[in-house]
Design a protein around this ligand. Sequence first.
Ligand code: NAG
Ligand code: NAG
Ligand code: NAG
Ligand code: ZN
Ligand code: ZN
Length: 585
Amino acid sequence: MKLLSRLQLLAVPATGLSLQHPFLREPNDANYIRDVKVGQLNFLHTTDTHGWLGSHLLQPDYDADWGDFVNFAADFKRNRLDKTQDLLLIDTGDKHDGNGLSDATVPNGFETTRIFNEQDYDLMTLGNHELYLPENSILEYSTATSAKFKDKYVSSNVEFINDDGETVPFGNKYRYFETENSKIRVLAFSFMFNFRRFNNRTNVVPPMEEVSKDWFKQVTKNYNEGKVDLILVFGHMPVTDLEDFEMVKLHRHLRNIYPDTVIQYFGGHSHIRDFVILDGKSTALQSGRFAETVGFLSIDNVTSEDPQYFRRYIDFSKRSFKHHSQVSKLGVRSTKGNKISERIKHLRKQLNLDEVIGYVPQNYYMSARPVQSEDNIYHLITHKILPRLESHHTNNSIGRYIMINTGAVRYDLYKGPFTLDSEYIVLPFTNEWRYLELPNRIASKIEAYLNKGPTIASLAPPHAAAPYVANSLAICPIIRDPALTEGYTTTDDGGCKGDDIKHRSQIQYHIPNVVQAAELKSTGPDDVVHFIFYSFLERNVLQAVNKIVSDQGNRNLRYDESSCLNYGGSSTKVLLREYIKEISR
Ligand SMILES: *[C@@H]1O[C@H](CO)[C@@H](O)[C@H](O)[C@H]1NC(C)=O
Ligand SMILES: *[C@@H]1O[C@H](CO)[C@@H](O)[C@H](O)[C@H]1NC(C)=O
Ligand SMILES: *[C@@H]1O[C@H](CO)[C@@H](O)[C@H](O)[C@H]1NC(C)=O
Ligand SMILES: [Zn+2]
Ligand SMILES: [Zn+2]
């Protein structure tokens, strides 16, 4: 079989794949839901839930909680599938860091892990957020070895170092099983992207190194093409990766071993809805982030020469769940989830998450509005929040710049009550302020220097979500219907109709690495100003300053750590809280 790369594929029409939705025309109706097409083998996929098990209280499009999702999966299986069809439930990691429900406990994720594990996943693994802190890895390892998941938890290239200092696989290296009804023989692997900042109780082996090991050669030899119907690769790895092409490389390797077998991928980490056609018998699905999406995929005629694929992104809402599981039509509902919803409500109370601090008058977006817009959260921060910073170094006759890295903000700020939970969601980290005394001719150039730097990742703190920039809305028509709610219009290899609900298209704008408030008393190049910044940025700021100094021809001047002083004052998180309290009075 001739293998095409993703880029080659984009240039040629895919043949033999029936990815298009059966409806040619759709009613222009806000209540219209694009259906799913079930097949022989069906998948429901979640990824990057980051603790959002308690639903999105201020976003009606994602109003379902984890209990609703548990009911949905059970209802879907019962109401939509016949006795020749199977359903597999998959998650690809990153289960905390992002919501009060997970992050207000010690260790974080302690309660949400137990709630998450109520879902009857068939295949489970971990993400990089389970690997920053040893306590998170230890907690996750207890899931991997639990009675419920010990056969279902797979990690082909992550290792755990147990209490005896012994290195063991983080769960199973692989899993081989037959599906219940259609008796499809599945060989499953799970690969984490080549993540390097794991804690010292864990180890991540680069995927291409792992597949060259003996165990992998042995397994793929034992379960050769005659003995498997489907290779299933799920893991914490983006399905589109135009820098390292990790999944494409992995696929090339697997396709060599299995030239004619269906190879299905499920990915995560970059927090987008995405679907990639790798070749005529291989596709990859990625299902968004933050419990906003349940990804659906079906493969029909799995063992034929012409398997048919269907993908859909289901909004994480009661409305979508009800529709796709046909509970309204059939009246048969599950109830296990109701108890889980109760448990979540109780936990919210216990953690005081709904304690109201104030009211937010409008939505403020990270990337759905240009950074210069008054509806952008960075505009709010640089114009209303940072100017409130005060310490005993503040001197009204000296101009100042106050800089933050954009990665410090993790989610949009929505209109409505601002609670302790909102704080965990939007701006969870405290920060220390440092400052430099600089002539304005240097200080005024730092922001531009840092923003033309190549990668955001090096500036983002470990917990920051990968920023997402829609591949290209230009390919799919932008939907402007004011009757629809603002949300995803996904462009992927399957076309423009992947989303189950038609949304008014939310466009994503570029977010710079850093933003700043500038309060200048005068703009003379030699006027001394205070350049104030997050301590997290010290290395980057010093590098920028020294480069600017040498570009200006001053070879003898160098700034180092001893030039940076503590500024004092409240963290951005506290400044935001106080601002919201004040405007709510
Ligand atoms: C891991 O790092 C911590 C400090 O970060 C240290 O106390 C501990 O001894 C280290 N453990 C191992 C196994 O290296
Ligand atoms: C695919 O499977 C369906 C039954 O699920 C069958 O009716 C159809 O003929 C098959 N198509 C091909 C091309 O094998
Ligand atoms: C503020 O700065 C000016 C100019 O450098 C200086 O003369 C003045 O003493 C400072 N005031 C305080 C309170 O530090
Ligand atoms: Zn994530
Ligand atoms: Zn991740």
